[in-house]
Design a protein around this ligand. Structure first.
Ligand code: HEC
Ligand code: HEC
Ligand code: HEC
Ligand code: HEC
Ligand code: HEC
Length: 396
């Protein structure tokens, strides 16, 4: 009887996300600055630092849109669902039917859910104590359990890190393989797959990943370099030299990361040009979040004058239950999806223009395609900016 009881506690604690409060000494990155200021500065520039509802226009407007179109769930419930990966130190991890009833009458002002969403504990999004306070990653759980639902936390005040011999007067430390030899396991807690409100899996980065040698951190944190993990001096007045990585997690929002990310060739064929794009990276591009886009623009020239422009878009389009265009998180179906697979290539043909003597081919990247950007009325210019991957000229 007792063992049965124990078993049910264990399985409940494995399958339900348990929020553990972070002590005031550790809850924000400001508390780490005295000894890790260089790391805090890099992280502040990262998009992990902007993942809170208030700090990312695209994320915020998607949540508002999903809540507006979904009359079964309140805005707060959607926010809590998304927080599983975007804000995993939230203290409420799911809501009940009773909560929805109260929320629909707008009587939830003093509820635990409303307080959790307003708490300053989560205002920094994916901060230091998201990654460095993880104790275990539960890969035995179903594939769909991600973010907060896939991890268990250390006691507040213990930091998991790459070193077995680190000592800090401010916090305890524990070494973990997902901080050292197996960091993909950490990234895949959130960057693995994502499923819409209709149960449609619109992205699956973990299944498309194809590399035995390179890890996510090798490219998105850069190689390990000699530096210091902490600037605090030891009893002999010395800092420790260590192998460290950059914490700015540069990726799709950074134009310089796109330069040369894909290889592009163009050649003339009958009445058209053939543009071949090959992808040396170990995941598809575009990839990750849905509605990203790679654009091929072919400007046909007569002398120095552009006489015609042909455009081809590599992106995904989604429809809701009624077959109308929608955002990935409300998708019942993906109706089209074009990307270049990991370590693969694809060729696209674009018709030529009569009278053209050359063509300038520009391949670039956009964070959001026209369809979704217009649907959500995104204002910040970063969402429509074309970040150049490669330019080339071809005589016709
Ligand atoms: C998205 C996850 C993530 C976040 C957020 C994060 N780190 Fe890290 N951190 C890592 C990983 C992974 C490593 C191991 C890097 C390696 O391979 O050496 C690491 C390593 C470190 C190290 C050891 C030195 C080094 O660079 O390898 C320190 C110290 C550290 N982090 C502090 C911080 C602080 C302070 C913050 C908040 C400002 C922070 N980290 C935010 C994932 C994260
Ligand atoms: C008073 C100074 C101090 C403060 C404040 C501080 N740390 Fe540290 N931390 C250290 C020292 C010292 C080390 C060990 C460095 C070494 O051995 O190279 C360390 C190591 C680490 C490591 C690596 C642990 C390992 O085993 O690999 C992580 C991760 C880390 N700190 C995170 C944090 C975070 C997050 C905060 C803020 C919540 C923080 N630290 C605040 C001094 C500090
Ligand atoms: C707790 C969940 C979580 C974990 C763990 C996590 N990420 Fe992220 N990551 C996110 C979310 C959410 C975003 C999107 C944030 C936004 O744009 O507002 C993101 C964004 C990124 C970006 C995009 C930056 C850009 O400019 O487009 C990169 C690169 C990235 N993460 C790399 C990593 C790597 C490498 C690891 C493993 C060391 C990791 N992440 C671990 C949730 C996570
Ligand atoms: C060999 C280097 C390399 C490795 C390894 C790698 N990436 Fe990338 N990744 C890139 C490049 C290059 C880009 C395109 C430019 C950019 O966004 O940084 C990219 C883009 C991305 C994007 C944005 C994709 C888009 O189309 O919007 C995400 C998200 C991402 N990577 C996450 C990851 C994760 C998670 C891993 C590990 C599973 C990983 N990457 C492993 C090089 C790499
Ligand atoms: C399984 C973990 C997970 C969940 C749950 C999740 N996301 Fe994300 N989301 C991510 C990751 C990882 C990225 C970064 C991937 C990339 O950059 O390609 C991201 C990126 C995004 C972006 C792009 C942000 C930018 O700055 O470009 C939007 C918008 C977004 N998510 C909306 C949502 C909404 C709305 C919800 C809830 C309905 C949600 N997400 C739930 C993991 C998740």
């Amino acid at each position: 009887m007792r063992s049965l009881w124990l078993l049910s506690i264990i399985s409940v604690s494995l399958y339900a996300a348990i929020a553990v409060q972070v002590g005031d000494k550790f809850k924000d990155s400001g508390k780490c600055k005295a000894c890790h200021s260089h790391i805090v500065k890099q992280w502040e520039e990262s998009w992990h630092a902007k993942s809170h509802y208030d700090n990312d226009e695209y994320f915020q407007k998607t949540i508002n849109y999903v809540a507006r179109k979904n009359n079964r769930k309140s805005l707060n419930t959607i926010k809590i669902e998304c927080a599983a990966c975007h804000n995993p130190r939230i203290s409420v991890t799911s809501t009940t039917a009773e909560y929805e009833a109260i929320a629909s009458l707008k009587l939830d002002k003093d509820s635990a859910a409303t307080k959790a969403l307003k708490s300053d504990q989560i205002s920094e999004g994916i901060n230091c104590v998201v990654c460095h306070n993880i104790d275990q990653i539960h890969d035995e759980l179903p594939d769909s359990k991600r973010g907060i639902h896939r991890v268990s936390w250390m006691k507040s005040g213990i930091m998991s890190g790459p070193y077995a011999d680190a000592k800090s007067p401010y916090h305890k430390v524990e070494q973990r393989p997902f901080m050292d030899t197996n960091p993909n396991q950490l990234c895949f807690v959130c960057h693995a797959n994502d499923t819409s409100e209709e149960g449609h899996r619109f992205t699956s980065m973990q299944t498309e990943f194809n590399s035995a040698t390179k890890q996510c951190v090798d490219c998105h944190m850069g190689p390990r370099k000699v530096g210091v993990a902490a600037t605090l001096r030891d009893a002999n007045g010395k800092v420790h030299n260590r192998l460290i990585r950059d914490h700015s997690f540069k990726g799709a929002h950074t134009e310089s990361m796109w330069q040369g990310a894909l290889n592009v060739e163009a050649k003339k064929i009958a009445n058209a040009i053939a543009v071949t794009i090959s992808n040396p990276q170990p995941h598809s591009l575009p990839s990750g979040f849905g509605s990203r886009e790679i654009v091929i623009d072919a400007h046909y020239m007569s002398g120095k004058k552009i006489i015609k422009t042909e455009t081809f878009s590599l992106t995904s389009h989604y429809v809701n239950k009624r077959g109308k265009a929608t955002v990935p998180h409300l998708a019942a179906k993906t109706i089209s999806s074009v990307s270049i697979p990991a370590l693969g290539s694809k060729t696209f043909t674009l018709p030529t223009a009569v009278g053209a003597d050359s063509v300038s081919v520009i391949v670039s990247y956009r964070l959001v395609n026209d369809e979704v950007r217009e649907m959500l009325e995104l204002k910040d210019p970063i969402w429509s900016k074309k970040m150049v991957i490669k330019k080339l000229n071809l005589a016709l």
